[in-house]
Design a protein around this ligand. Structure first.
Ligand code: PLP
Length: 455
């Protein structure tokens, strides 16, 4: 084999994709794979959609790119209005970007400009959770709580104040409520010790994604954080890059919990894998203050181009037309029940958690102590490789800083049907049975050379 010119993951043992249709992908050898993780949790409509293709081609036939300082464009204006509508008007302004890291980066910069514009320049630091993942650019990495990604860049990033989020699987408090109250109290104490007058805002995912394996934070925690932000004069910045645009059975995950953010970053599902597009949504008065102080000193070339926006509009339209939020809830309930029943058969499944079509399965060496597998064993990679052999793609994550075990995400497209949920569970069941046999035999499985980074 000739050496690959690509070095983003160094992968040499992956199959080569041929084509995709619905929730299935085929490699060039003719083997089929159920896309159980929607690519990188972004292909929310599945593959090969004619309606998205038609909308993109229609826009391409008009114009692919215009620059925002030279033209208004109708798709961008319509998408802006559509996104505001999806928040029920709770957030009134939209800033376009091309991906998740850019969306988070934009949120951080807008927030900083806002505090400066409102006479609080001493607010210089963000608060975020450990573990967490908010993107790979230096600003987003500064708020990311995951040592292996942070370490090489520690001297280049502006590190946030990292606080633990709730862990409803491993805590030793008297109840989940008591645990959340303790976490909130400790977060308050950490923010007060750091000096609330130096803090810009709190950045968090309303439901953990790739970083924590779909860890739920819950209403009590999110409402508590909203209150804390209000009391300490901090902005609440939600990273819905992964959870936004329907993944959790609501347009945005925060809508399950009766809290409203000040800023919201979204991306992945917005382009549904058909085109890179993301957005920052913001409160009107935040944007107004920044614009009055001289404008937002930020922007990317491809932001809000007509093709990106026409694609995203077609995605939102398809979710509405096919009632995919309802499908995500209904199929998600079936998927969750199926995952839980598989877990009952396998003691090394420590936890199954999630909502709608965002599920995490955590593996443990000891179900009683909940001890993770030793990191060197790379169990996350083994089970993912077995699933792939069985014709199922799941999203692998290695053990995280000792606070979560190896896990994988099951996040199929929102279009998945009931029969496909059953097929997904059947293939996963076969992979899990093989994994168990390998554990019993203490076999050394071939570990693939690639590890899916959060992306
Ligand atoms: N934020 C969250 C919660 C994510 O899951 C991701 C990607 O996985 C990002 C930000 C970064 O998005 P992107 O890879 O599009 O830059």
């Amino acid at each position: 084999m000739t050496a690959s010119p690509l070095f983003y993951q160094g992968g040499t043992d992956l199959p080569e994709v041929s084509h995709g249709q619905g929730i299935t992908l085929w490699d060039t050898q003719g083997k089929d794979y159920l896309d159980g993780c929607a690519g990188a949790i972004c292909c929310n409509l599945g593959h090969g959609r004619q309606d998205i293709r038609d909308a993109m081609l229609a826009q391409l036939d008009r114009v692919a790119f215009t620059y925002r300082t030279q033209f208004e464009n109708a798709p961008a204006l319509a998408l802006g209005r559509a996104l505001v509508d999806l928040t029920g008007g709770a957030l009134q302004k939209v800033f376009f970007v091309s991906g998740g890291s850019e969306a988070v980066e934009s949120a951080l910069k807008l927030a900083r400009q806002y505090v400066v514009a409102t006479g609080q320049p001493q607010r210089r630091r963000f608060v975020s959770l450990r573990p967490s993942y908010h993107g790979s650019t230096l600003g987003a990495l500064g708020v990311t709580g995951y040592h292996p990604l942070e370490a090489p860049f520690a001297e280049l990033t502006h590190a946030s104040l990292k606080v633990p989020g709730p862990d409803l699987y491993r805590h030793s408090d008297a109840s989940d409520e008591a645990h959340i109250d303790r976490v909130l109290a400790e977060t308050r104490a950490a923010m007060e010790a750091a000096g609330p007058e130096t803090l810009i805002g709190v950045v968090l995912e309303p439901i953990g994604g790739a970083s924590t394996g779909a860890r739920l934070l819950g209403e009590r925690y999110l409402k508590g954080m909203r209150t804390l932000c209000d009391e300490l004069g901090c902005l609440l910045i939600l990273d819905e890059v992964l959870t936004g645009v329907g993944r959790t059975g609501a347009w945005f995950a925060y809508q399950h919990y009766g809290v409203t953010p000040d800023l919201l970053a979204t991306a992945k599902g917005l382009g549904a894998g058909y085109y890179p597009v993301g957005a920052l949504l913001a409160r009107d008065d935040i944007v107004a203050a920044v614009m009055e102080s001289g404008g937002f000193q930020h922007g990317h070339t491809y932001a809000g181009n007509p093709l990106a926006c026409a694609t995203a509009l077609a995605v939102i339209e398809a979710i509405r037309r096919e009632d995919l939020l309802e499908n995500a809830r209904a199929r998600g309930a079936e998927l969750g029940a199926g995952l839980r029943s598989l877990a009952e058969r396998h003691p090394w499944v420590g936890d199954v958690r999630g909502l709608s079509l965002l599920w995490g399965v955590e593996l443990v060496a000891d179900p009683v102590t909940r001890e993770p597998f030793p990191a060197a064993q790379q169990r996350f990679a083994q089970i993912t490789a077995l699933a792939r052999e069985e014709g199922l793609l799941v999203y692998p994550r290695r053990t995280l800083d000792g606070v979560a075990g190896d896990h994988f995400l099951v996040t199929p497209p929102l279009t998945i049907g009931a029969d496909e949920v059953a097929l997904l569970l059947e293939r996963l069941g076969r992979a899990m049975a093989r994994f168990e046999r390998s554990l019993e035999a203490d076999d050394t499985l071939t570990v693939p050379t690639t590890e899916a980074r959060p992306s």
